[in-house]
Design a protein around this ligand. Structure first.
Ligand code: SF4
Ligand code: SF4
Length: 335
């Protein structure tokens, strides 16, 4: 079913800038990863956003900036930041919960904003709203339709969990009807014991078997329906090399308190490799995430093994059943 799925290898000449411009949000999703004790509560000023974008601009590289929050459209100067990033030669994406505050669609334009991404975790309000909040499905899908009608490229991020994996396939007709061009399937977490995959009593997490039985097949169906689909690799085949993005690519996860990480799995810990102080990017001294990237272990990703050990499962002799890929390694299927 996944004959057309292609692993998107890390690109050495590329730079991805994940820019959290605030941490405030109007919603309280059950799986929210924002951690204000680690990421701060600041809303960056217009001047600071401009200065920090300039810090990461490198016109010799293909640069992508993704504006994030919290809810980034709550920032009154988001349209300005989009325009600034575009003038620095960056491809620009905004990841929104769908509320589109501050008249973003009117204040920006499809020429400046390459992709507007909406987070939706179910094909209807019965599935989505218990996860993301009462009334969210209707607001989000209405604004998706409006954005498509105004000429924006619209994508959707669906975070797969035990609560919605059985409804993933029902996203395809919805996305087709709205005119969504790209579908990003994420995973909230996997638990290692593939022998117990009934889903009962397992909370959020899906098992490797559930993931492998469902996600690649639905991704193929979505591509067959004309949608460009991206989903995490997660499990490496025996003949596939393991690569840590922290060693081979330039990814920057920037938070409003000035912390800059290379690895998203590290974001809840004060081990950021870089820091912005007085608008200057400086290395964080001491033990940082960079020290962990060098470690070579049989399970694949070292941070995954440290922070999400349940993800690893083993044969009786102790050998890992799967090597876990870098969380940034994706597969894609083109329509
Ligand atoms: S929309 Fe995003 S930032 Fe806001 S609560 Fe949900 S996951 Fe968290
Ligand atoms: S997720 Fe793992 S492999 Fe990827 S950058 Fe972080 S430590 Fe490296």
């Amino acid at each position: 079913m996944t004959a057309n799925a292609r692993t998107v290898g890390f690109q050495s000449g590329e730079r991805n800038i994940f820019f959290h411009i605030l941490t405030a949000c109007n919603l309280s999703c059950r799986h929210c990863y924002i951690n204000t004790s680690q990421h701060g509560t600041e809303t960056l000023s217009r001047e600071t956003m401009e200065a920090w974008l300039e810090l990461f601009a490198d016109k010799t590289k293909k640069s992508n900036v993704i504006f994030l929050g919290g809810e980034p459209t709550m920032h009154p100067d988001l349209a300005f930041a989009i325009s600034k990033a575009k003038s620095l030669g960056m491809a620009v994406t905004v990841d929104s919960n769908g509320y589109l505050f501050n008249d973003l669609l009117e204040k920006s334009s499809p020429d400046l904003l390459d992709y507007l991404s909406f987070s939706l975790d179910g094909p209807d309000s019965l599935v989505n709203d218990p996860i993301r909040g009462e009334g969210v499905f209707d607001v989000c899908t209405e604004n998706m339709r409006k954005a498509v009608a105004m000429g924006y490229n619209v994508s959707v991020i669906y975070t797969v969990s035990n609560l919605n994996i059985d409804h993933l396939h029902r996203m395809i007709p919805l996305l087709s009807a709205i005119g969504v061009k790209r579908f990003f399937i994420q995973v909230i977490g996997l638990r290692g014991n593939s022998a117990q995959d009934s889903g009962g009593g397992n909370g959020w997490q899906v098992s490797p078997k559930q993931w492998l039985d469902t996600v690649p097949a639905v991704a193929q169906q979505a591509a067959d329906a004309g949608i460009h689909v991206t989903f995490p690799k997660v499990f490496l085949e025996a003949d596939e090399p393991f690569e840590c993005a922290g060693l081979v690519t330039e990814n920057f996860f920037i938070f409003p308190n000035g912390r800059v990480y290379h690895c998203p799995l590290c974001e809840d810990h004060p081990i950021h490799a870089l820091e912005i102080r007085d608008n200057i990017l400086v290395a964080n001294p001491g033990l940082t995430e960079d020290n962990f990237f060098q470690l070579n272990i049989a399970e694949g990703c070292v941070m995954n093994k440290l922070l999400q050990p349940d993800t690893n499962s083993y044969y009786s002799e102790g050998k890992p059943i799967h090597r876990i890929s870098c969380c940034l390694l994706k597969q894609e299927i083109l329509p």
